[in-house]
Design a protein around this ligand. Structure first.
Ligand code: PLP
Length: 284
């Protein structure tokens, strides 16, 4: 298997960067994760567009266009075995000679990419689905969560506090008691047949899976979906809760802080939306 670093493909152990890289010293960079099944990438253009917006937001000037990214991803997929791959892309501001906070001039960004094996395509069958028990706690990250920054300490700490409680994710709420997202996923609820997810703002990452779900559900007029504020109490009282991400797709949540959600198994709306997602996820 091969990785990509600054224009070259190489064995992972050959890939080396300086400890003076600002990605290492400051977490000064942007990343992406794109899923691919049988060599076919899901939401490729949307993932690249989000990364380019992130790079622009933090003023990293990288001149790779969409076709260059596609070539890197396809080359990596062709050199990495296995039908289910995630592609990780990472751009840091680059390596400087000094550790200064100020953005340096004349420094080339560091570009790194590798593939990793995904567990497989998420199942649409309630008995086989990967389901989640999660923790719930106040969001203590920064105020630019719409930027997919490589500085993930806040997310890592939230995830870990869930893991310590035996859970696989942590859902977060702000100081007003409104749900933001989870440590590495977006959040949806279902109440009385209506699907809802928090609106896009600087408190959450604009998830590509979230966007795909909205596109797909909007083509089915019998399904109702709202982007609106969801309180912590509404989440706990929902018929269904889902967490979504590139690797999870639509992940049913069965317990929040030990409290059962709905019937305690993946719900009928989850089944419907994950099935539609499986059928249409390559259309976008
Ligand atoms: N929110 C956070 C904090 C994430 O890290 C992620 C992805 O890992 C998501 C949401 C979901 O985004 P996507 O659907 O693009 O994977």
């Amino acid at each position: 298997s091969q990785v990509y670093l600054n224009g070259d493909y190489m064995a992972p152990e050959e890939a080396k960067i300086s400890p003076m890289d600002r990605g290492f010293l400051f977490g000064d960079g942007i990343y992406e994760v794109i899923p691919a099944y049988h060599g076919k990438m899901l939401g490729f253009n949307a993932h690249i567009e989000r990364m380019q917006q992130g790079l622009a937001a933090i003023e990293i000037a990288l001149d790779y266009d969409v076709e260059q990214w596609r070539e890197i991803c396809e080359t990596l997929l062709s050199t990495n075995p296995g039908p289910n791959q995630g592609i990780y892309l990472h751009v840091s501001r680059g390596t400087d000679s000094k550790r200064n906070h100020a953005y340096p001039s004349g420094v080339a960004p560091t570009v790194f990419a590798f593939c990793f094996t995904l567990p497989g395509e998420p199942s649409c069958d309630a008995d086989k689905a990967s389901s989640y028990e999660v923790s719930l706690e106040q969001d203590r990250r920064w105020q630019r969560c719409n930027i997919k920054s490589t500085a993930l300490l806040g997310n890592v700490m939230h995830y870990q506090s869930g893991a310590r409680a035996g859970n696989k994710e942590t859902i977060l709420f702000n100081a007003l008691g409104e749900i933001t997202e989870a440590s590495s996923s977006n959040v949806f609820i279902v109440k009385e047949g209506v699907i809802a997810t928090p609106p896009l703002d600087t408190q959450i990452l604009p998830g590509i899976t979230r966007w795909l779900i909205l596109q797909i559900v909007h083509t089915h007029s019998e399904l109702r979906i709202e982007e609106r504020v969801i309180t912590k109490d509404e989440l706990l009282d929902a018929d269904e809760v889902w967490i979504t991400s590139a690797t999870k797709e639509v992940g049913p949540v069965l317990k929040v802080d030990g409290k059962q959600i709905g019937q305690g198994r993946p719900g009928p709306m989850w089944q419907r939306v994950q099935s539609l997602f499986s059928q249409h996820k390559f259309d976008y």
